[in-house]
Ligand binder design. Structure first.
Ligand SMILES: NC(=O)c1ccc[n+]([C@@H]2O[C@H](COP(=O)([O-])OP(=O)(O)OC[C@H]3O[C@@H](n4cnc5c(N)ncnc54)[C@H](OP(=O)(O)O)[C@@H]3O)[C@@H](O)[C@H]2O)c1
Length: 334
C-alpha cells in the first residue's frame, strides 16, 4: 500500500511561523470515491498569505481556519495518477488549493486550475511567474498601478515572489522601479538581477532612504507588506499616486494599528485599492500569455528559491517570514 506524507499544523504560530509549528504524518492513501482524482504532487508552492488561515480566529470566503493537527492547506501542483472524476484524466496536471501532501485527493469542492503539460515552460513556473504570484504582480501593477514612462514605482518585498515580478513589469512599462528589501545583499541583487534602479533596506531608516531614492515622490506603490512600512511610504507619495494593496506580510500574525496618516491620501489625491488574483481566473490566459512573451524576449527574470522533499515544506514556509528567499519559494517533491 502506498503511503502518503502530510505536513500538519502542530502548533498555531505565535508571530512569524517556525519550522517547529509543523510536523509530518504518514498514513495509507485513501480509496477514491466517485468525483475524485488522486494527484501525485510534484511541487508545493509556499505563499506568505496562507499564514492568515493558520490563526484560530481566521476563516473567510477563501478558506476556513486551518485545524490544529490536520494537514496545512496551500497551493500544490500534481499529476493525476488515478481518477474517478469525469473532468480529469490520468496524466493531467492540476494546480489546486489543497493540502501540503505528497499525494492529494482532488474534487470539485477545491479551487483547481488545469495546466497543459505541453506548455514550453517548466511546470513550476505555473506556481510562480505564470501562477498566482506572477499573476498578482501583473493584475495589481497594471490594473491599479498603471505605471507610466518616467514614473517612480516602489515595490515592497521587492525580492520576493510577487515583488520580483512586479518591479520588472513596472520597468517594462518605462517606469523607474525602486524596491524595499530586508538586507543590503538583497538590495544589491534586485538591482543586478532584476534591473531595479535602487533599493531601500527596511532594517535601516526607510524614510531617509526613500527621500534619497525617490526625490520627486512615489507615483505607484505596490504594497506586499503593509504595517509600519506602508505608513512611512504614505508620507512620500507624489500627487495622484496609486497604491496597489497586494498583501500585508508584516501584519500576518502581528496585527497592529493601521497607518495613522491616511489623510496623506487626501492631500495627494491618491488611490489605494486591494485586489485578489484568484478572482480573475477568466483573465489568466491573457495574463500568462503576456508574461510568457516577456520571458521569451528576456525582459522578465523568474528567480526561484527551490528546496526539495516534503520535510522542507515547514522550514521553507518559515523562510518567507525570515526573508531567506529570493524569488518564488517552491518545494520539489519526489
Ligand atoms: N492579492 C493577491 O492575490 C496575492 C497573491 C499572492 C500573494 N499575495 C501577497 O503578496 C505578498 C508577498 O507574498 P509572497 O508569497 O510572494 O512572499 P515573498 O514576497 O516571496 O516572501 C515574503 C517576503 O516578505 C518580506 N517580509 C517578511 N516579513 C516582513 C516584514 N515584517 N516587513 C517587511 N518585509 C517582510 C521578506 O523579504 P525581505 O527579506 O525583503 O524582508 C520575504 O522574502 C504577501 O503579502 C502575500 O499575501 C497577494
Amino acid at each position: 500500500m502506498t503511503q502518503n506524507t502530510s505536513v500538519l499544523l502542530a502548533k498555531r504560530p505565535v508571530g512569524n511561523p517556525k519550522p517547529s509549528d509543523f510536523s509530518l504524518r504518514r498514513e495509507n492513501l485513501p480509496t477514491l470515491s466517485e468525483g475524485q482524482a488522486l494527484l501525485k504532487n510534484h511541487f508545493i508552492s509556499l505563499d506568505a498569505g496562507f499564514r492568515n488561515w493558520l490563526d484560530e480566529s481566521a476563516g473567510d470566503d477563501v478558506l476556513p481556519a486551518m485545524a490544529l493537527g490536520e494537514p496545512v492547506m496551500g497551493l500544490v501542483m500534481g499529476e493525476v495518477i488515478e481518477t474517478r472524476h469525469a473532468g480529469y484524466q490520468v496524466g493531467d496536471w492540476l494546480m489546486a488549493r489543497i493540502a501540503w501532501q505528497e499525494y492529494s485527493v482532488a474534487d470539485d469542492s477545491q479551487f483547481i486550475v488545469k495546466i497543459d503539460p505541453d506548455e514550453p515552460y517548466p511546470m513550476n513556473y505555473y506556481l510562480g511567474v505564470l501562477g498566482d504570484t506572477g499573476l498578482s504582480a501583473y493584475f495589481g501593477m497594471l490594473d491599479i498601478g498603471k505605471p507610466k514612462t518616467g514614473e517612480t514605482v516602489l515595490v515592497s518585498a521587492a525580492a520576493g515572489a510577487v515583488g520580483s515580478i512586479a518591479g520588472q513589469i513596472a520597468q517594462i512599462h518605462g517606469a523607474r522601479a525602486v524596491g524595499i528589501v530586508g538586507s543590503d545583499e538583497k538590495a544589491e541583487r534586485v538591482v543586478a538581477e532584476l534591473g531595479y534602479a535602487g533599493a531601500v533596506n527596511h532594517r535601516g531608516d526607510v524614510s531617509a532612504q526613500l527621500a534619497a531614492l525617490c526625490p520627486n515622490g512615489v507615483d505607484v506603490y505596490f504594497d506586499n507588506v503593509g504595517g509600519p512600512i506602508l505608513e512611512v511610504v504614505l508620507d512620500h507619495l507624489a500627487v495622484g499616486a496609486r497604491i496597489a494593496l497586494c498583501g500585508a506580510v508584516a501584519t500576518y500574525g502581528n496585527p497592529g494599528s493601521g497607518p495613522g496618516n491616511l489623510f496623506q491620501l487626501v492631500t495627494k489625491e491618491a488611490l489605494m485599492r486591494g485586489f485578489f488574483a484568484h478572482t480573475q481566473v477568466d483573465r489568466y490566459p491573457e495574463a500568462r500569455s503576456q508574461l510568457a512573451q516577456w520571458i521569451d524576449t528576456d525582459k522578465l527574470n523568474a528567480p526561484e528559491y527551490m528546496l526539495s522533499g516534503i520535510e522542507s515544506v515547514g522550514p521553507a514556509f518559515s523562510d518567507l517570514f525570515a526573508g531567506r528567499n529570493f524569488g518564488k519559494t517552491i518545494v520539489k517533491l519526489g
